[in-house]
Design a protein around this ligand. Structure first.
Ligand code: APR
Ligand code: PHB
Length: 389
């Protein structure tokens, strides 16, 4: 087979890139290791930056999001019983959209299917060949049959555990990593959200987050130990712990119910450089991971897709390779700023096992400074709604 852009990975990065290219008549094939149902079964974050909203509009997949998503103009931040609000609209003129990543992915699958886009599911043994030449190709197995696709470019959108990053030789590739000594235990429950905006809570017992998907679907998280398993936590124990970590007046109005999903995610910051090697381009989790504090994972994947899509358009429509030649540099400049914000927000909000009383006092002082200082709130709001592309 032959295509212009071979995309490895059918998560949000790969699907969004494929759909955007389609709007410009650029042909792609997506190779996905799992099934569609498996991909749609993953519960991920649910806050979309304005840049991603614009990309979804450009890709023609924004209708349901505009109807069913919830624009949020601000967020609440609490520390013990203190609580304050950071107003995104006032400080930046922009809001964010609460709309689950699962729904974004569902809308993208639907659009790709409607357009007869080629997605191969259940592929195995994907191998990238000759990425540093003008004639790259990819081989894989599907249903026991070996296949080969020749292409102009390869987009590595295969997440943190994919093969694309590994195809960049070690003497070219440098990786930067920080592992946090705790995880997030998250539950989804068919209950009304405790508040109409998110609450990020720093408490002496550890971090908590009150988030949502819609009027009757809530997403809550508590910081937990990395040695915990979701089975260690009954729903009752989760709700009790969450209540202890948010201000008393919020805890009082919290509606609890059975969890319909419960899982633990570790927290990691990770960046690989460069994000391009020859005709291979990394996008999204394949190149970088952020801790979930601030919901930058999907949004940073989207900014990569934006730079790559525009670079490829320039190549095919204007015969210019400037966009693809500067891809890695442009994408990484923004990636590192999202890494910094996620690291800062994580550091501000969690209890660290080796934290001294001094460190805790510094966290409280920083929270109070943020509460009182307009400039600090503006800086936070600008990062939260998303830095410009
Ligand atoms: N061959 C084909 N597909 C693969 C391979 C492989 N060798 N390895 C992984 N994949 C698939 C995975 O099954 C997955 O569906 O690639 C997809 C990658 O999707 P994600 O992990 O969701 O990554 P991405 O599309 O970059 O999405 C951005 O940012 O922080 C996160 O939660 C956020 O998942 C979101 C991500
Ligand atoms: C979520 O709703 O899952 C969510 C929201 C905000 C975050 C992280 C996760 O910072």
């Amino acid at each position: 087979m032959k295509t212009q852009v071979l995309i490895i990975g059918g998560g949000p990065s790969g699907l969004l890139l494929s759909q955007l290219l389609y709007t410009r008549g650029i042909d792609s094939i997506v190779l996905e290791r799992k099934t569609k149902d498996y991909v749609l079964g993953r519960i991920r974050a649910g806050v979309l930056e304005r840049g991603l909203l614009d990309l979804m509009r450009e890709a023609g997949v924004a209708d349901r999001m505009e109807k069913e998503g919830f624009p949020h103009d601000g967020t609440l931040i609490s520390y013990d019983d203190e609580i304050f609000r950071v107003d995104f609209s006032e400080h930046t003129g922009h809001a964010v959209m609460v709309y689950g990543q699962t729904e974004v992915t569902r809308d993208l699958y639907e659009a790709r299917e409607k357009a007869n886009g080629k997605i191969e599911y259940n592929v195995e043994n994907v191998v990238i060949h000759d990425a540093d030449s003008d004639a790259p190709y990819v081989t894989y197995d599907i249903g026991g049959e070996a296949r080969r696709v020749d292409c102009d470019f390869i987009a590595g959108c295969d997440g943190f555990h994919g093969v694309s990053r590994q195809a960049i030789p070690l003497d070219v590739r440098k990786e930067y990593e920080k592992i946090y000594p705790f995880g997030w235990l998250g539950i989804l429950s068919e209950t009304p959200p405790v508040n109409h905006e998110l609450i990020y809570a720093n408490s002496s017992r550890g971090f908590a987050l009150c988030s949502m998907r819609n009027e009757n679907l809530s997403r809550y998280y508590i910081q937990c130990s990395l040695s915990d398993s979701p089975d260690d936590w009954t729903d009752e124990a989760f709700w009790e712990e969450l209540k202890r970590r948010i201000p008393a007046d919020q805890a009082e109005k919290l509606v609890t119910g059975p969890s319909i999903e419960k899982s633990i995610a570790p927290l990691r910051s990770f960046v690989t450089e460069p994000m391009r090697w020859g005709r291979l381009f990394l996008c999204g989790d394949a190149a970088h991971i952020v801790p979930p504090t601030g919901a930058k994972g999907l949004n940073t994947a989207a900014s990569d897709v934006h730079y790559l899509y525009n670079g490829l358009r320039d190549f095919y429509e204007n015969n210019s390779s400037e966009g693809i030649d500067t891809y890695s540099q442009k994408a990484l400049a923004r990636v590192w700023k999202a890494e910094r914000f996620s690291w800062w927000f994580s550091s501000l909000m969690h209890r660290f096992p080796d934290q001294t009383d001094f460190d805790y006092k510094i966290q409280l002082a920083e929270l109070e400074f943020l509460r009182e200082n307009e400039a600090a709130q503006k800086a936070m709001a600008e990062n939260y709604v998303g830095l410009p592309y």
